[in-house]
Design a protein around this ligand. Structure first.
Ligand code: F6R
Length: 601
């Protein structure tokens, strides 16, 4: 995944490009570059490494360039991180930046090489620069449209030509947002990059191409037909996109969970009716005739889906299959299945492709996502938005608990519509849901206790997380968090499964986090690992009389229904991995080799 930006206005382009690029660094950070118009020529500055280093080079060169430019921050897919593989790419009078994958680039490269174009990189993106150059006579947007017509794959692209009075950008299956400022127009892969400059944005749609002037935007389809567009005013304040006093975005986002949870259920629950208001794009009779739900997701979103496996069958009488999106292409969809895609970004390539396949099977589909207008919403019959605000830390935290809340709402909605839940049963769940933000706040207040435990075990060789029932998915999520930000090998297991092999790995060097707020059976698993020398950190319900006798350390959590205790345990495992990574001095918001949104298969 990469981030692209562009600017056309009255100020020097360089500082605006660097500032907006830094706000997109979470999308990729192995190399960066800018191309800025300068005396009817294009000045390109690019290098492997961080944007801040590139900015120093720019300043050392005397901050060249005028008021039009494009920029890029890269996460390598084709070609290793290097100066030559960094964007922008230049061909004649054209410079381009690209996010996405050109699938037929080898064919295009061969064709263009035969025509005499010389390639300077190993990337797929460079073919776009040469193709546009091939077609560019006077009208830049026409040349871009002709080039894109030859391209298979995904793109968000911004194009600058030395002789053109406007910039061009276009998108297909990669996000792109335009900013409408006062005498200036902006482009970025995501909204937070633009917030210091403007709150008025236009979300480009797939297959659109835009001409950007200082004072206006013209949007066309690839055949050149004018398209209308809506300017949306972003209501988040700047704080929502900045760190707000926390040392890392991840810690800030962990602390935003009470609000994110409340916002996700606000306006959607009715205690009086004992029901949930969610419009799903399905008729009530369609909901009643469903036989199963198949959930498609990746990573943390997949773990959220696993919670639904335990929940939907109880609340709505619906069995659930949870599939990793990347494996879904090998599977079949049966009739009367509801497909549910879960993706916080709404742009994960594996999930989008799986949903596209599901769409061809003639079944109904829903999505849960955090990003309004993201690509996933175009592929499904209905969308349930989590309302968590932008998540910048690469490790998903508030969007995960937001997904759990969306799934709980959906379970109640389906359960009521199918007559599986009575209004009274639904009401009890709703009442407990409204208590949840306060309970999460109480867990957050235990941060110092959790920090100390994390620090004590930060030298662990390997971590184990175990849980049963609703807490099994949270055990998997705890292990994923520990791996991705603290780089400690970690395993998540269903408590009962440990004795079928992994017990061989348990030693004094392998702390075991036991999620023990849901039933007593986990206590025998705790005894099994204690007998092999492991220290056990147990998450237990306040006042549990037995847990202290079996665990070394106990973190007490407020009492609630089992499915909600999964949310409380999630917050603890997030804090545990955060403080472990912090103690180890690791780059928490940008773990190595990872990116926030994976837009490649
Ligand atoms: C882990 C993490 C990833 C994502 C996965 C899917 O903290 O963030 O595992 O959950 O890449 O991303 P989305 O939800 O955007 O589809």
């Amino acid at each position: 995944m990469c981030g692209i930006v562009a600017y056309i206005g009255c100020e020097k382009a360089g500082p605006v490009l660097f500032d907006t690029l830094k706000r997109l660094e979470y999308r990729g950070y192995d190399s960066a570059g800018v191309a800025i118009k300068s005396n009817e020529e294009i000045e390109v500055i690019k290098s492997a490494g961080k944007i801040a280093d590139l900015e120093k080079i720019y300043v050392s060169l005397g901050s060249p360039g005028e008021t039009i430019g494009i920029g890029h921050t890269r996460w390598a897919t084709h070609g290793r991180p290097s100066d030559s593989n960094a964007h922008p790419f230049i061909s004649g009078q054209i410079a381009i930046v690209h996010n996405g994958i050109i699938e037929n680039y080898l064919d295009l490269r061969e064709l263009l090489t035969e025509m005499g174009f010389v390639f300077s990189s190993e990337t797929d993106s460079e073919v776009l620069a040469h193709l546009i150059n091939l077609y560019y006579k006077e009208d830049l947007s026409e040349a871009v449209a002709r080039a894109l017509a030859q391209v298979e794959g995904s793109y968000a692209v911004a194009v600058l030509a030395a002789g053109s009075p406007y910039l061009v950008c276009a998108r297909k299956d990669s996000p792109l947002v335009l900013g409408v400022g006062d005498g200036a127009t902006y482009v970025a892969s995501d909204v937070p990059a633009l917030l210091p400059y403007t709150r008025n944005v236009v979300r480009m749609k797939d297959g659109e191409i835009a001409r950007l002037y200082r004072d206006r935007i013209d949007i066309f389809d690839l055949e050149g037909r004018p398209q209308s567009h809506q300017v949306e005013t972003i209501e988040w304040d700047m704080d929502a996109a900045e760190k707000g006093g926390y040392t890392h975005f991840m810690l800030k986002e962990i602390h935003e969970q009470p609000r994110a949870i409340r916002e996700t259920f606000s306006g959607r629950i009715s205690e009086i009716e004992g029901d949930v208001r969610l419009s799903l794009g399905l008729s009530e009779s369609e909901i009643r005739s469903l036989e199963r739900v198949t959930i498609i997701a990746c990573g943390t979103s997949y773990h959220a889906g696993l919670l639904a496996k335990y929940l939907f069958v109880r609340a709505a009488g619906l069995p659930v299959e949870v599939e990793m999106a990347s494996e879904f292409q090998h599977l079949q969809v049966r009739p009367r299945t509801l497909i549910l895609g879960i993706t916080q970004s709404g742009e994960t390539a594996d999930t989008l492709l799986a949903l596209k396949k599901a769409r061809t099977c003639g079944v109904r589909s829903l999505a849960i996502t955090n990003v309004v207008g993201s690509t996933v919403t175009e592929l499904v019959d209905g969308t349930i938005y989590t309302r968590c605000g932008p998540e910048i830390g690469v490790a998903a935290t508030k969007t995960f608990t937001g997904q759990l809340i969306a799934l709980i709402l959906l379970a109640i909605r389906l359960g009521r519509a199918r007559g599986h839940l009575t209004p009274d049963q639904a009401r009890k769940m709703i009442v407990e849901l409204t208590r949840l933000p306060g309970l999460v706040q109480r867990v957050l207040e235990k941060r110092e206790e959790i920090r100390k435990i994390a620090e004590d075990y930060s030298g662990a060789e390997c971590y184990f997380f175990i849980g049963r029932d609703f807490l099994y998915p949270i055990a998997l999520e705890g292990a994923l968090k520990m791996k991705e930000i603290a780089y400690i090998p970690s395993e998540g297991y269903a408590g009962g499964e440990l004795k079928h092999g992994p017990l061989a790995l348990i030693t004094e060097e392998t702390p075991v986090v036991a999620l023990a707020t849901c039933g007593k059976k986990i206590q025998s698993n705790i005894k099994e690992v204690k007998a092999r020398g492991a220290d056990v950190v147990a998450l237990a319900t306040e006042g549990d009389p037995d847990i202290g006798k079996v665990a070394n350390v106990v973190i007490e959590l407020p009492e609630t229904r089992p499915v909600f205790s999964a949310v409380l345990c999630s917050v603890v495992v997030q804090l545990l991995s955060y403080y472990t990574a912090d103690k180890l001095g690791l780059p928490i918001d940008k773990p190595r080799n990872l990116a926030k949104c994976v837009t490649v298969e």
